[in-house]
Design a protein around this ligand. Structure first.
Ligand code: KIV
Length: 432
């Protein structure tokens, strides 16, 4: 299929906690500043966090998880600043992002999170407690009954502070007993939770298992129709994006993710992968869950590259070159067969345009285009030489191409325009 140069955007439904007026709409919850910052070595300053929060709002993410306010006074201040500033700005399509703070399920954490976010126009508190047998026994040393009580009290406490947008996560849901999840989630809905986030905390689930979990929760949790189900998939088996999409296919309407997929251990679901998969295939391949199955987000994909670059620079965590969507090689073509196809029609080897993610083709710094290296063919070399202004006959092109192959064998990273021009002068010198 040929993809449009820039992707079409559909209007974002109004934000209401716990409800989405269009059942095909998928909220994007970005946790770069919380789970992402938990990547070892990815510490950010308050001003860097504010810059990233603005970039996320430009991108159009519905909810920004700005941090974990109880973690330190710095974290509290950074979340508060984001809530007070970005949480009151009106962006692009007239929307204001929800600003969320994470808290464990105890009054002190919750009050601190609420105090940090309450200055935002749309504040949210996200509270969590672990529900898997291993976490309840080994980490919390609590019985399942005690865990239910703590969770219910936490949600009620957040509500008593005046917060009407409360997200609850049963940590390690991916390894929890589904029957226990039905019970605890039914009770937190009664207590006032509006979003139920289902974390596959250890990246343990296969996509079909995680999809089934979301479907079963929607069918068995009492009051499920009054809340939004969400995914939070870690990437320990490299399945975070696939699991998030399986969640959406089965009715999750909030997906948690991070720019460049940064996060604890092997990272989190990558925002750019989840969003582009939904943008390119959401309208045709997701016939599950509520609505017509023509899923969409309100992300303005042209801001993906600037957001990715900013996060890589500020965290010091560069993307691997072959990272999907934002890696340096994601729009590079080296083999002769691929380059020949690209010259004839770009859709032969690209399923999206680089421009649709804010990468400009033709800018040699951009990483979009043809790399002239040892696998390149005559057509690609001849095309670039013509673009540089050389009108060469077949014999001269053949001779230059032979030299090109010899040089390219030894030159890592491919030949630049200067190298090609040197080959032309060399050839002209020989034939004079
Ligand atoms: O991975 C996890 O379980 C979390 C929760 C707090 C959502 O980060």
């Amino acid at each position: 299929e040929t993809q449009p140069f820039l992707l079409e955007r559909r209007p974002r439904p109004p934000y209401v906690p716990g409800k989405i007026s269009d059942p095909d709409y998928v909220r994007i919850f970005d946790t770069t500043l919380r789970d992402g910052e938990q990547s070892p070595g990815a510490t950010l300053t308050s001003s860097e966090k504010l810059d990233i929060a603005r970039k996320l709002a430009q991108l159009g993410v519905d909810i920004i998880e700005a941090g974990f306010p109880i973690a330190s006074p710095d974290d509290f201040n950074a979340v508060k600043q984001i809530a007070d500033i970005v949480g009151n700005e009106v962006f692009d399509d007239g929307y204001v992002p929800v600003i969320c703070g994470l808290s464990r399920a105890n009054p002190k954490d919750i009050e601190t999170a609420w105090n940090a976010v309450k200055g935002a126009k749309l504040p949210r508190v996200h509270t969590f407690i672990a529900t898997s047998p291993i976490h309840m026994e080994a980490k919390l040393n609590k019985t399942p009954d005690e865990v239910v009580e703590i969770a219910v009290n936490a949600v009620k406490f957040a509500k008593s502070l005046g917060c009407n947008d409360i997200e609850f996560s049963p940590e390690d849901a991916g390894r929890s007993d589904p029957e226990f999840l039905y019970r605890i989630l039914s009770e937190v809905i009664q207590a006032g939770a509006t979003t139920l986030n289902i974390p596959d905390t250890t990246g343990w689930n296969m996509p079909w298992e995680f999809g089934e979990l979301i479907k079963n929760l929607r069918e068995n949790v009492q009051g499920a129709e009054n809340v939004v189900f969400s995914t939070h998939c870690q990437n320990d088996l490299g399945l975070a994006t696939a699991n998030s999409l399986a969640g959406a296919l089965n009715g999750a309407r909030q997906l948690e993710c991070t720019i460049n997929g940064i996060g604890e251990r092997a990272g989190n679901a990558s925002l750019e992968e989840v969003v582009m998969a939904l943008a390119l295939k959401g309208a045709t391949k997701f016939q599950g869950g509520p609505g017509t199955g023509k899923l969409y987000t309100a992300i303005n994909s042209v801001y993906i590259t600037p957001a990715s670059k900013m996060v890589a620079e500020y965290t010091g965590m560069a993307c691997q070159p072959h990272k999907a969507i934002v890696g340096a090689n994601a729009f590079q073509h080296e083999s002769g067969i691929h380059q020949d196809g690209m010259i004839k029609n770009k859709s032969t080897y690209e399923i999206m345009t680089p421009e649709s993610i804010g990468l400009m083709r033709g800018d040699s710094q951009s990483g979009a285009g043809i790399v002239l290296g040892k696998h390149s063919g005559r057509n690609a070399v001849g095309t670039r030489l013509r673009e540089l202004g050389y009108d060469l006959d077949a014999d001269k092109l053949n001779a230059i191409f032979t030299r090109f192959k010899q040089v390219a064998e030894r030159k890592k990273g491919g030949l630049e325009d200067d190298d090609l021009e040197a080959l032309v002068s060399d050839q002209m010198g020989r034939s004079d």
